[in-house]
Design a protein around this ligand. Structure first.
Ligand SMILES: O=C(O)CCC(=O)C(=O)O
Ligand SMILES: [Fe+2]
Length: 341
């Protein structure tokens, strides 16, 4: 590993000049967080944002820009390491493990370079737990949901699959682009956890499928922002009041196709022993969202750990089989794994 002081800064490319069909997303500016009035206004904006688009920006989120820049530099330094070094960190993908370095397909079949390749996404996933905790019996919460309910599902001292991810999408050559059937780096999907945070990404490629219209819109980079989306666990816990957002990663516009796209993302997931049942909440009851797909179908309700393990295993099997072969497979009774067009 290079010594920490030798890590060179990561330079972001300029934003595209193309006039893309951008998503119109709300910005939740946290500078007003902390007063009763500010919090009440933010809560309203947040409810509106998660219930309409499911994607939104957050600014003034309290992480200094130098720290964000440092993470991009670390991601870059990691991908510059020799392949033998990175191969030491390949997880047991076939069994739903994911932390470490992941290539697009099984390492045995991975290309030995990291250049352009169909769906050549390299993922380095860093768990942020201090120490693993042995499995605990599932805990079935809870009286009425308190204001800090979601915070408590993501406590630092419990075991979960939250992680920071450095993700490198290799650029495509013109020949490879010509061979692409769907023009995508990654197919339409939903994420597993509660929310995903994408640190400002100047290479336009992320596209959001709008709930209301089914149309795909481009996510525009906004300075100093996180682009946040709602995910599967949040949908389960709210009985579908909040939907898991469908998104995909497309080929960038022509003026950004010459670069690899390095992403920095945080995937937030509730602790593994949380049972994914609908929260007992007056807000949900008033709005009529009292059962998620497991409860409505009379299925056993999985814990977050069970759901994560099975969905990741399915994703991995699907990646090996290519394309949309395993679409629609029931991966947990009551929940189908799907890629969306
Ligand atoms: O790279 C991006 O912009 C999004 C990646 C993504 O959707 C994912 O890794 O789940
Ligand atoms: Fe995603």
């Amino acid at each position: 590993m290079p010594h920490a002081t030798q890590i060179s800064q990561y330079s972001h490319v300029p934003e595209t000049k193309e006039d893309l069909d951008w998503a119109d997303l709300a910005n939740i500016d946290l500078s007003t967080y902390g007063t009763d009035e500010g919090n009440a206004a933010l809560a309203q904006q947040l409810i509106e944002a998660v219930r309409t688009k499911g994607f939104f920006y957050v600014t003034n989120f309290g992480i200094p820009q130098e720290k964000v820049d440092r993470q991009f530099a670390l991601g870059q330094a990691f991908y510059e390491l020799p392949l033998e070094e990175k191969l030491k960190y390949v997880p047991d993908l076939d069994n739903g493990e994911y932390n470490g370095q992941r290539w697009p397909h099984h390492p045995a079949r991975a290309r030995l370079t990291e250049g352009a390749h169909r769906r050549d996404r390299n993922i380095c996933r860093v768990p942020l737990r201090k120490s693993p905790r042995p499995p605990q019996p599932p805990h079935r919460p809870r009286p009425r949901a308190a204001p800090d309910f979601f915070t408590k599902l993501h406590r630092w001292d419990t075991h979960d699959e939250s992680h920071l991810r450095y993700m490198k999408y290799g650029k495509f050559s013109p020949d490879e682009i010509a061979k692409l059937d769907d023009g995508l780096w990654s197919g339409g999907h939903t994420d597993l956890g509660t929310i995903t945070l994408l640190f400002r990404q100047p290479v336009a490629a992320l596209q959001i499928r709008e709930h209301e219209t089914g149309q795909w819109k481009w996510a525009k980079p906004l300075d100093g922002s996180l682009t946040v989306n709602t995910c599967d666990a949040l949908s389960f816990l709210t009985g579908g009041y909040i939907k898991s957002t469908i998104h995909r990663v497309a080929l960038p516009p022509a003026d950004q196709r010459h670069v690899d796209r390095l992403g920095l993302l945080y995937f937030s997931r509730p602790q593994n022993d949380v049972v994914l049942k609908t929260i007992d909440s007056p807000v949900l009851q008033r709005a009529g969202f009292t059962q998620n797909e497991f409860e409505a179908g009379g299925h056993p309700v999985p814990t977050m750990g069970e759901f994560t393990q099975r969905k990741q295993k399915w994703q991995q099997a699907k990646a090996k089989d290519h394309q949309y072969a395993k679409d629609g497979e029931e991966i947990v009774p009551g929940f189908k794994g799907q890629y969306f067009k």
